[in-house]
Every structure is written in structure tokens, then in C-alpha cells.
Design a protein around this ligand. Sequence first.
Ligand code: GAL
Length: 667
Amino acid sequence: MPNPCRFLPFLLILAILPSTPLFAEETIALHALDLEHMSSGWGRPVVGKSIENKPLTLNGEVYTDGVGTHALSILHVELDGRVQEFTALVGVDDETEGKGSIEVKITGDQAVLFESGPIRGGDPAIPIAIELEGVKRLVLIATGSQDGIGYDHVDWVQAQFTYTGEPPKAIPAPSLPPEEKIILTPKPGPEPKINGPSLYGCRPDRPFLYRIPCTGTRPISFAVENLPKSLQLDPHTGILTGHTPEAKGEYLLTLHAQSAHGSYSRTLKLVVGDTLALTPPMGWNHWYSFYDRISHILFREAADAMIESGMADFGYQYVNIDDCWMRKRETEDPMLQGEPRTADGTILTNSHFPDMKDLTDHIHGKGLKAGIYTSPGPWTCAGYTGSYQHEAQDAKTFAAWGFDFLKYDWCSYTSVAGGNSLDHLIQPYRLMGEILEQLDRDIIYNLCQYGMGDVWTWAGSIGGHCWRTTGDLGLQAGDLLPGFYHIGLSNAQHAAYAKPGQWNDPDYILIGSVGDAHKQDAPPIPTALTPNEQYSYMSMWSLMAAPLIYSGDIRHLDEFTLNILCNAEVIEVNQDPLGKQAAIVRHGDDTLILAKPLEDGSLSVGLFNLAEAERTLSVTWPELGLGAVKRVRDVWRQMDEPGHVQKLEVRIPRHGVKMVRIWPAEE
Ligand code: GAL
């Protein structure tokens, strides 16, 4: 038997040094991890070189140790709590010659540990040093900044982990279990219920068309009290036609709908004056599903589908043609070829649109409205005839064809602008604004120039009714969050500029079956957005008083997509007559809270969970600027929710939303 005393000195040493680590601290370079798991928006990550295989160079400094990749680039690393620190330098490689801009974000177990803000080409390398004690999972994310991912060559240099024991390990991005498509919107009943805005702006003595949006089993018979003499109602369809009154003023109509299942009445205020689009326009646009694959047949089918799907019963009314209806320059396609204009300068459609007036007649016959598209430049973005030097003539043609909405897209205008001052940016839009105002037809004016020159600060004053605040949503890169959140967050900054007749436009709603803007030849396919992301999208757009223009394949709408697009109470928030855009109450820490004051004194609030896992979010009444509260209603479920005291505190799934309407207690 060994003498235990022989071990005593050794045991004593262990007892004296109980905290001595069993393993020494070591370091491992980022590039030594398995970079098979690192994604790259272009090409594959390169060890020791830039994404273009050149020496890693940041602000003139050359590095041998690092990784070159391209935004959007994501790497998941398993640390299992054994890593003390991550240090690195990050930047945009000099090979872009000053172009490109990125943002780097690092999360650890869902919490944001580092955010770089925008880093541009040519900027000095940004140092990163983050403590990781106890963190189990790290995610390194390099995204494009505001301007998309062009030239976003990301260099991670001198990047290393300090650890003890097992080294950290790059792992594949965890795949999430598919979310169940839970339908929250209650089905409308068989009894009639009139939806749509409570007020409608038009100019005096102009053609008038309005289909009363009404759910319920048809046949429904309609009646209108106090209808101005110049207007007529078709009692079977609920379509109002005629001419607006000659005298400016407010006309308070009462709409009635009656069927075997019940009856419903409500008021509609016709505001005959100078302002159109008193509530955000609602409709459909072909771009993100069909691109240049269009003909008049598609728009006839779209109008039919808007009625048959029930969308029109919730207030959707514009059927809008985007780019590609004109003749195309430099094309072999006989359907698109030919002189762009007649000898007198009248713009010509391509052969897919043999008779525009006949097309708008079809759309109008259903009580819906028609939209068209052109550019102030000589060519549209897709290379078709633009309106440069034919602005007034084209606007008159559009009015004569019967269009009610114009999207005016900058595209090639840079080539003729003659400069890039603010005045140069405004000039073409001012010109078209003046022209549209002179027409004897009400045409909604939608500016599309991607937010240049802070368009929200001046577009309303030159006749614009809505203006795109960003680049194309369909081209917006996502990161952990899909692109619409980034567009939405950017659009949310301009809340102060929205009001009746003047709306910030964050682009279309891309859900359901929808095309890919990067692969325009491909047919529409089901959206990659999760069900919760779709609820968030529609909630965000509704709270932001954004135009609600769907751009998926309207002819093939499934039940879940219709549940997102057609919730009367969500749409009511969007169409509220006070016309305020939601303010940002809180943003950060993977939470976004938007609040939109409504005309009846209530407040609609969206709590968005931007994190990668379900969590509890809460907001107090004082944070929302509220005192006592008498009623809280979940607008998606259309149910009152008693029991929220002093605050709203709810579990919200990954990338999901809780959208409510809160009524303050009377004083
Ligand atoms: C883009 C515009 C898109 C779409 C496209 C057509 O400039 O932002 O919404 O209209 O042109 O070519």
C-alpha cells in the first residue's frame, strides 16, 4: 500500500492554487476556422487575400493575416463559454477605390456586442475588442450599409479569439424549424360591412369613380344618402360614378349596404378641394412579379382578381402598370420594336398593349382605378421610352387613356439633368407636378427617385402625393433581418413629413407568390419570409401610413397571404383620417416600437421583436405618452385584451410583432 504522506506536498500545492486554470490561454486566428461556413454575398471568402484575391489592404496598410469576404457575409462560431476575447480590425478593402460601404455587427447569444456603424471604402480600419466570457454562440455579420452591397469588399484582419481549452469552432448557420402559418385575421361574416377610408379627397368637376369596399355575401344592395347630384350609384355593385361637384367643400354622404344577412351604414366624407390621397393609396403593381413579362391581359386579370379575391372589399383599388409598356430601344423583339412616338410626338405602347383606353375601361368597369409609369429621362430604367421633352404631351395622353395614378421614376434622367444640385433633382418632378395639376382628371402623383435630396422635405410642396424614400425593396440586402426591415426602419425616420395627401413610400408589399428582382426572368415563387415576418411587414407598413401596394402575383393568392393583406382593423390603422405616420418610440436592443396616433384619440402600437428567438417585450403607458388606459385591442386578432395594467408585456416570436390599439381613459 503506498504511503499517503508521499503525495502530501503535491496535494498542498493544489489546495493553495485552487483557481489555477487547467489549460493555458491560447489564441486562434479567424482564418484558421472552417470558413466553409462563412457566407459571402459574392464569390467565396479568401484566406490571406481580399475577395478579389489581392493583398488585404485597409487605408494604405497591407496585412497578411486575415480574411477577405463580401457583404452580406455571416459566420456562426460556437464558443461554448471558453473564449475570453475576440479582437480584429475590419474595413472595406482599398481595391474598391473608395467605393462601397459596410456595417459590421457582432452578436453573442442574441445580444448585440458590437456595431460599427457605416464604414466606407478608404476609411481607416475599425478596431474591435470584445469580451466574451461565458458567451456560447457568436455571430459575425458584415452587411451593406444604406447603399446596398455594391463594392462591399469586407476585410477582417488580425482577427483572433483568445480561449482556454477547446478552440472555438465555425459552424453552419442553424436552420430554424419552419413556422406554422397561423391565420390571425378573423374571416369576415356573411353580413355586410363597409370598409375603406372615412374620407376621400377629390378636385372639383373631375371624373369620379369609387367602389364602396364592402365585405359580406353578395348580393348586397347599396344606397347613398346626400349624394351630390353630379354623382350616380349603381345599387347592385356599389360603384359611384359621375363628376365631382363644381363647388369645393365637404359633402357628408351616408353609405348603406343591405343583404339577406343584415345591413350596415356609415359615413363617407367627400372632400372636394385641392388635395388627393387623403389616406394612403391602396392597390397592386406588377413590377416585383412580372418585370418585363407583361401584356394588357395581365392587368385585366389583375383587376378581376382584385375583385374576386375580395381585396377590393377592403379598399384596394389601384391596378398599376410599372415599367415596360412602351417601346424598347435596341431590341430584337418584334413585339417591343418600332418608333417610340408618332410623328406628332404621341407616345406609343408596345404590341402587348394594343388599346390602353380599352384596358382602363375594363379596370374602371369594375369600379377600380388604373395606374401608369414613366420616367422624366429619355429612357425608363428598363430601357423603354421615357417622357423627356414630352412631359405635358404624355401626361395628357395618360389622362385621355383614363389613368388615375402616375409613378414617375428618375432612371436615365441623370444623363440630361445638367447638374446634381438640389434644384436639378427637384426640377423634373416640379414640372410634372405642375402639369398634373392642370389636367382635368385626378391623377395620384407617385415620385420614385429613391430618396435623393431628402425628397420627403420637398415632394409634397411640388404636388407629390407619395414618394419613395429608399432604393428598391426587392434589391435590398438582408442580414439576420430581411431587407424590408431595413427599408422600413429607414422610412420610419421621416414620420414628421407624412400627412393627408403626402405620404412616405417604402415600396411595395412583397409576400405571397413573388418574383426575384435579381432574377427577373424567373416566375414568381412563394416568399421566403416567415409567417411572423409577414405580420411584421404589414404591421410596419400600416403603422407608417405607407401606400399599401401589393406586388406579388395577385392572380394566385393563398389564404395566408390574404389574411395578411386583408385585415380590416389593420388597414383601418393605415387609412386613419388623421394621417399621422407612426413615430419611433424605441429602437435598439433587438426591439422596435412604433406608435401611430389615430383620429379617435386612440394610439396604435407595434412591438416588433427583431431578435432571433422568442422573447418578452414590454412598453409602459408613460413611455407611450399615455396616462390611464381604458381599452387595449389586438388588431390582428380583432379582440379586446383586458388585463394589461400599466404596460403592455407580451411574448413575441422571432421577428414577430404585437400590434394593438390603445384607448386612453377619459380624464
Ligand atoms: C426602378 C424602380 C422600381 C421599378 C423599376 C422599373 O427604378 O425603383 O420600382 O419601377 O425601376 O424598371
